[in-house]
Design a protein around this ligand. Structure first.
Ligand SMILES: C[S@@+](CC[C@H](N)C(=O)[O-])C[C@H]1O[C@@H](n2cnc3c(N)ncnc32)[C@H](O)[C@@H]1O
Length: 233
């Protein structure tokens, strides 16, 4: 009998080549992979500043993988204590080299190192099987301080360029993309209060002159990715 179940990707198998695969996948957008990492961290910082939110003192990247975003979190939040966690121990070994001043722990074996003012999550939930997503959110909730916030970035399933990139990326074979409505529902089910839901990453490199418009386009469901921001009451 044919087994149609999606085999979960083990990122240990991709750790050494993660950056190369990602770079190959992203070339249609005309930017280096670092562009996407910095974009998200910069957006996070801008949103905190625009909403007069104090800079977080403790930050966790949940599903930090090989640490692409950690170096930018460190650069944009130099005074914060920054931790990362992942289920892939091989990815965490690379993250440790890339961001030596960040503390790392492995899920689900290790207990969290502390509670956090901010949890940043990028492109992780589409790798978590839908039935496991609520419990992942419960864990995230438990790691937040009261008043702490979570920023979750995800691929926009309605964007055709994103769809194409996901369909060609070797480590996205288990990807089940989730629409913003599902992420919003998950935050609410975890007793988090929704603060924002916005689309991002609209213009590839050939259209970079238009990027200053992006801050006004968050409502437009055409961005390559989107984010949901929520707070623990
Ligand atoms: C596409 S990678 C993204 C890594 C990193 N956030 C980035 O932007 O480069 C997805 C990561 O999610 C991790 N992951 C998958 N399921 C997870 C889970 N249930 N809990 C935490 N991390 C998970 C994988 O091990 C992998 O490192």
């Amino acid at each position: 009998m044919k087994n149609d179940a999606v085999q979960k990707i083990d990122f240990d198998d991709y750790a050494d080549n993660y950056d190369a695969h990602l770079q190959e996948t992203l070339k249609g957008f005309g930017e280096e992979s670092a562009y996407f990492a910095e974009y998200k961290v910069r957006l996070l910082k801008e949103r905190l500043e625009k909403t007069a939110r104090a800079a977080p003192k403790t930050i966790l990247e949940y599903g930090c993988g090989t640490g692409r975003n950690l170096t930018f979190l460190r650069a944009y939040f130099p005074d914060a204590a920054i931790d990362g966690c992942d289920i892939s121990t091989e990815s965490l070994k690379l993250a440790a080299k890339r961001a030596p001043d960040v503390r790392l722990f492995t899920l689900p074996a290790d207990a969290p190192l502390r509670q956090y003012d901010m949890i940043f999550i990028a492109c992780v939930f589409h790798h978590i099987p839908p039935l496991e997503r609520p419990s992942a959110f419960e864990r995230i909730y438990s790691m937040l301080h009261s008043g702490g916030e979570v920023f979750v970035f995800e691929h926009n399933p309605c964007n055709p360029v994103t769809q194409r990139m996901v369909s060609t990326c070797p480590f996205d074979k288990d990807a089940i993309l989730l629409p913003p409505s599902e992420l919003v529902m998950l935050t609410k089910a975890a007793q988090l209060k929704l603060l924002e839901k916005n689309y991002a990453l609209f213009f590839p490199a050939p259209l970079k002159a238009l990027r200053p418009l992006e801050t006004h386009l968050g409502w437009l469901p055409l961005g390559g990715q989107y984010y949901v921001r929520a707070v623990k009451p």
